[in-house]
Design a protein. Structure first.
Length: 296
């Protein structure tokens, strides 16, 4: 450790929808704590992931992608989650796609507190054929704000993730760790169970299923090493219910099987999972339902 002080603090990961924030968080933490899919706005909650080494503990907060185009109750709640998170962190990681700056990135940049230390991440550099384009974009980004560091990464492949973690750690205050060395998230297994079901929904039915789909855990019981979980998938229309269930229940069965496997991998034990599908029209426009289902 060379006598270096231990550093610890919270770090917000922000960016417009679908730039790879959740994938980056999972790479930084080394575990699947935030769900991912090709569908934009997969993340709806603030998800904390913890990375600890001998020199620092970084508590990352994966925020929903800031939404500028839709104004229903769900998106308003998620935007509040972004803005409230930014006011209480020690550092910020802003994620931008390496293909180029987007006008939606301007909206995110405008949210960042002026005095906050911000590390800019160019994600998906592995998909850019000409490295000169990456260098050019880094220069363009540097002109937009005095960033503490600029780090090109591939969250999908894990490229430069360690370099990013080291750059962020330098910005944190000297402090003792808050979480244990093996902790990877502050979220409960009950919460993560709902997220894993929702992830499979979006991954398997992303092009067919509307964004307004929710998962509510009705029962979560631990019986020794076994977890018994019952969940309800809420959709907006009867036609959506048919899509989720599939022919003779085949799609719902696959959703349940894949979600169960993901849960068992993270929880370290067997899972018995039951799923139901119900229609609740207009829930995303209802402030009361949004609060009831934990989006505040």
């Amino acid at each position: 450790m060379n006598g270096a002080p231990f550093r610890a603090g919270t770090v917000a990961i922000v960016g417009r929808p679908n730039v790879g924030k959740s994938t980056l968080l999972n790479q930084l933490v080394g575990a699947h704590v935030s769900i991912t899919s090709r569908k934009a706005q997969t993340t709806r909650h603030r998800i904390q992931g913890v990375r600890t080494d001998e020199r620092a503990q970084l508590v990352f907060v994966d925020t929903p992608g800031f939404q500028t185009r839709h104004g229903n109750a769900l998106n308003r709640a998620m935007n509040r989650a972004v803005t409230s998170t930014l006011s209480g962190v020690d550092a910020i990681v802003m994620v931008v796609e390496a293909f180029g700056w987007d006008e939606r990135d301007d909206a995110v940049l405008a949210l960042l507190p002026k005095g906050a230390p911000v590390v800019l991440v160019l994600n998906k550099v592995d998909r850019v054929k000409d490295r000169a384009d990456v260098v050019k974009l880094l220069a363009e980004c540097a002109a937009r704000r005095d960033f503490a560091a600029l780090v090109p990464v591939s969250a999908e492949k894990g490229t430069q993730v360690k370099v990013l973690a080291e750059a962020v750690a330098k910005l944190l205050p000297e402090a003792a760790p808050v979480y244990g060395p093996d902790d990877v998230t502050d979220r409960s297994e009950r919460f993560l169970a709902a997220e894993f079901v929702r992830e499979r929904l979006f991954r398997l039915l992303g092009d067919e299923l509307p964004y307004t789909t929710a998962v509510v855990i009705e029962e979560f019981r631990e019986e020794g090493a076994l977890r018994r979980i019952a969940a309800t998938i809420y959709v907006d229309r009867p036609s959506h219910k048919a899509i989720v269930i599939g022919e003779r229940g085949a799609t719902l069965k696959r959703i349940g099987t894949e979600a169960r496997v993901a849960m068992e991998a993270l929880f370290g034990g067997k899972v018995f999972l039951e799923l139901w599908v119900k229609v609740k029209s207009g829930w995303a426009d209802s402030e009361a339902t949004v609060r009831q289902w934990g989006y505040e």
